[in-house]
Design a protein around this ligand. Structure first.
Ligand code: 26Q
Length: 801
């Protein structure tokens, strides 16, 4: 959009006055943020209105991306960037004597997700809008986001994330679009005069789902799509029904908090309530919208694609069936055909035990009509497949089995497409996790490698690098991320390589200031910034990284004179509150940090920085400063990973196992530009098959490793007597489920290599450049375009080069 600085400052001044009845000079950063948000929303309102209107007039096919999590990050800068008015607004505010960065920081970061899956949903929203694709988000407006993490005495403590305290300036409450979602009660089928069976409900618990819409602004294209988040409220009571406090609480609870990624939460009926709540409200609103312009349902799958981000929204399948059967009088066969043609499903996990299931008893009580429909899906599935595949296979794959509703199986059976998120992951789905269903529906399985919104992760997070890129190859890469490849023409341009180094140092300064201010730790910009930022999970093996720090520590203590290349080990990770082991690893890292950071012999040679409360905004600060990207999961366990892509595009070199999308990153950037090590997925599966992994063998034959293991239990690291023993036991007594000891030696060897290589500044910058230049293929724009072409069959405007 067009906006000159003068008009902007005038509008802004009057907005502050109109909203708060004060002058700008008397306003707080929060008030400035609110006024700015309102103004931007107003500037964008025609785009938003016209986008919806255009989709409706052209009768474009709509994609609805259902996700129980969205992690959009702060929206101020990204909306300004995408509208093309970032520089104008920045200049205007500085003209008024205001601190733009401070205003940005006063925006809460909506933590409506746990990690990769939620952030992926947000990246895809950004890319759909930027491609001009008719994409809609559908999720939950949690009153409290994922807990805020603080450390007390090195332990994780969880505090509530009251992100809505001051309201959300980007949302619009649309009470007139609310729908009722029914839970519990009794249902029976009553024959009608025309022979139809119609369900009759009594004593249901009804909940009002109220949508809050957030505009998702496309990049420089005048498109604004909608992300719709549902909030649970009391239904209006026509008959003056009195709600007891218990009923009120039950309703309020539904959208009160986001569940942490934690298998203990599975089986909690509130989680199931959340899943049905947003699935039902979303599908109801889709059908209602569709029927505004269409008189029959025949066209539904040609006009609507519903995508489910993991199994959490799987109930959209029986819910669409319910609406078609019960409210539109469709016969079963036709309803099923429409449903399967509409639905598609992405799997994000490889671990069998993490596949979502619900006890039938709970499911039936909470969702009686939906359960009847799932039973019928199950019955027909068995009937159809039994003669072809036999009882054993059908029993293993049916939606109902072992007293459970098996959500992943229901999702595969009710969709026309099932995808994994990296090539290895998709192969493992076919070979292992969903093997039997792959035999039954081979044509449904496909891969869609994850991607990231480089607008946020490069353009916004790393302005200095973006400007440097502009100065070399122009700005085309900003709309066509693969064009960044042309940057490799400068691999022998010494001046450019030095500039690249300067940018990295500038970003390190930024981060080091934060670390100093917030944690009181001094870190130099000459050190290698070795970064591992992701949820804390045993399979992600933060522990392997810890072992390297202990090794370096002991090495310096043994050889105080030895010259070392300084390192800063940077961690960011939340542990699910009930994940005991993960919390022990947090305590271990913090204890080690205390030991190392305060040891005079160590000085600046090693620093360990565990930045609390890692999330999108901290990611934007940390990632541009990274030299090394730790992607060290046990091969086969990380479905894709996406921080690997964010770090790559910011010039970090990966230290990686051949897992998830690391494999694709290594292929794209060249093996010589990364550090790969460790068991492959085949090796890991070989151990499983033979059952011959013995972790203690690795400890016994490696005295250095033995010594490191002992530091967990011999008091070398103060304050971890309990945690140290637990972790030690998990490795030796319980045979090291994630092969940490098996991968130790090679990992360490690569770490040593990194220290050596880092001193060759030119070559390092060349390899950093190779990563940046190859990162364009991991832009979510291409990922979403592939979803659009292969799965959703929806058109989009932008031609990608
Ligand atoms: C389950 C049950 C009860 C409560 C919560 C959950 C739950 C919540 C979140 C289960 C899983 C998640 C999130 C999973 C996730 O983020 N998976 C990651 O998805 C990324 C995007 O595809 C991949 O890159 C990562 O490899 C994968 O771990």
């Amino acid at each position: 959009m067009k906006l000159d600085e003068k008009k902007f400052t005038k509008d802004f001044v009057s907005e502050v006055k109109a909203t708060y009845a004060i002058d700008v000079k008397d306003s707080s950063p929060l008030e400035q943020l609110m006024a700015l948000g309102n103004l931007i929303k107003r500037y964008d309102s025609s785009n938003w209105k016209n986008t919806s209107k255009k989709y409706r007039q052209k009768d474009d096919k709509q994609v609805y991306y259902f996700s129980i999590e969205f992690l959009p990050g702060r929206l101020l800068k990204s909306n300004l960037l995408n509208l093309g008015i970032l520089d104008t607004v920045r200049a205007g505010l500085s003209e008024l004597g205001l601190d733009f960065e401070k205003i940005c920081r006063s925006e809460p970061d909506p933590g409506l997700g746990n990690g990769g899956l939620g952030r992926l949903a947000a990246c895809y929203m950004d890319s759909m809008a930027s491609l001009g694709m008719a994409g809609n988000g559908n999720g939950i407006r949690y009153r409290y986001g994922l807990f805020k993490q603080v450390f007390m005495n090195g332990y994780q403590v969880e505090l509530p994330d009251d992100w809505l305290r001051n309201g959300n300036v980007w949302e619009i409450r649309r009470e007139n679009r609310a729908c009722v979602v029914r839970f519990g009660g009794h249902v029976w089928l009553q024959p009608q005069a025309d022979g139809h069976l119609r369900p009759v409900y009594d004593h249901t618990d009804d909940v009002l789902a109220v949508p809050y819409d957030v505009g998702i602004v496309g990049y420089h294209n005048g498109v604004t799509n909608t992300m719709r988040l549902w909030s649970a409220e009391l239904p209006p009571s026509a008959d003056q029904t009195f709600y007891s406090q218990a009923q009120r609480d039950r309703i309020d609870q539904i959208t009160e908090v986001l569940y942490p990624d934690d298998s203990n939460a599975a089986g909690r009926s509130l989680r199931l309530r959340q899943e049905y709540f947003f699935s039902s409200a979303g599908v109801q609103s889709i059908v209602r919208h569709y029927l505004l312009d269409h008189s029959t349902l025949k066209e539904f799958p040609r006009k609507v694609a519903i995508h489910i981000n993991d199994t959490h929204p799987t109930l959209v399948i029986p819910e669409l069936m319910r609406i078609l059967l019960d409210e539109c009088d469709c016969p079963w066969e036709k309803a099923w055909q429409i449903t399967t043609a509409t639905m598609s499903y992405t799997n994000h996990t490889i671990m069998q035990e993490a596949l979502e299931t619900w006890p039938i008893d709970m499911f039936k009580g909470l969702l009686p009509r939906i359960y009847q429909i799932v039973q019928e899906i199950d019955r027909r599935y068995r009937q159809e497949k039994l003669p072809i595949f036999g009882e054993n296979t059908v029993d293993k794959t049916a939606p109902l089995g072992n007293g459970q509703v098996r959500m992943a199986y229901l999702a595969v059976i009710g969709s026309h497409s099932v995808n994994g998120v990296a090539p290895l992951h998709t192969e493992l789905l076919k070979k292992d996790v969903l093997m039997d269903l792959y035999r039954i529906y081979p044509e449904r399985f496909n891969n869609k490698t994850n991607g990231i919104a480089d607008r946020r992760w490069l353009q916004l997070a790393n302005d200095p690098l973006s400007k440097l890129i502009d100065s070399k190859i122009g700005k085309d890469w900003r709309s066509n991320p693969k064009q960044i490849q042309t940057l490799s023409a400068f691999e022998n341009d010494d001046k450019f390589l030095q500039d690249l180094e300067k940018v990295k140092i500038e970003n390190k300064k930024n981060l080091s200031k934060y670390v100093k201010d917030e944690l009181g730790i001094t870190i130099g910009t000459d050190a290698i910034y070795d970064v591992q930022i992701k949820r804390l999970h045993a399979y992600k093996r933060q522990l392997l990284h810890v072992f390297e720090i202990i090794r370096e520590y002991l090495d310096i203590k043994d050889h105080p004179q030895k010259k070392v290349i300084p390192r800063v080990h940077i961690f960011g990770a939340k542990a699910a509150p009930s994940y005991h082991y993960a919390k022990s690893v947090i305590k271990l890292i913090n204890a080690l940090a205390d030991l190392v950071n305060s040891d005079k012999d160590i000085g600046n040679k090693i620093k360990v920085v565990f930045i609390p409360n890692y999330g999108v905004s901290l990611g934007e600060l940390i990632i541009p400063a990274a030299d090394i990207s730790e992607q060290i999961s046990t091969a086969s366990k990380e479905a894709s990973g996406t921080s690997n892509m964010k770090l790559m595009t910011n010039g970090a070199l990966s230290l990686a196992t051949m897992d998830g999308a690391n494999i694709d990153i290594v292929r794209a950037a060249g093996k010589e530009n990364e550090y790969t090590f460790g068991l492959t997925a085949d090796d890991v599966y070989g151990y499983y098959r033979r059952g011959d992994y013995h972790s203690s063998d690795f400890a016994n034959k490696n005295p250095e490793l033995q010594r490191i293991l002992n530091t967990l239990i011999d008091g070398t690291i103060p304050g971890i007597s309990t945690e140290g023993h637990e972790i030690y036991d998990s490795l030796i007594r319980y045979n090291d489920e994630y092969f940490v000891l098996a991968d130790y030696a090679e990992y360490v060897q690569k770490q040593k290599q990194i220290s050596q290589d880092f001193t060759n500044r030119k070559q390092w910058e060349q390899r950093s450049l190779a990563n940046i230049a190859a990162s364009g293929t991991f832009s979510a724009d291409y990922a979403v375009a592939r979803y659009g072409e292969d799965i959703w069959q929806v058109p989009y405007d932008r031609i990608l080069k």
